[in-house]
Design a protein. Structure first.
Length: 102
């Protein structure tokens, strides 16, 4: 069961051409699919539909993006991109942001 607490989470793609790439969850399509974007290649205007089985969910939360989503607004691409970069840099440097599922 996918809860709304997954919105704004940083996820890492496990398969496809984008394997290893970080995205932020910006929507829930149904029980199987999430809507993700990175603010760079996959912009908010053209998000990617990804099967949850093909994503590793991290414990990192993009709070700036989540703030926009809670107001039912589309977050700007530069905010998404900045949040991902800050969280990945912080997580990799300080050992935070571990995976929540395998």
């Amino acid at each position: 069961m996918i809860g709304t607490d997954i919105l704004g989470k940083v996820v890492i793609s496990k398969s496809g051409r984008d394997r290893g790439k970080a995205f932020v969850v910006v929507g829930i399509l149904n029980e199987r699919f999430l809507i993700v974007c990175d603010g760079d290649i996959r912009k908010i205007e053209n998000p990617k539909k990804k099967n949850i089985k093909h994503l590793n969910v991290t414990s990192m939360q993009a709070y700036d993006v989540l703030e926009y989503l809670r107001k039912s607004e589309k977050p700007p691409n530069h905010i998404i991109k900045k949040n991902i970069k800050q969280l990945l840099d912080k997580g990799l440097n300080h050992g935070e942001g571990g995976l929540e599922n395998g």
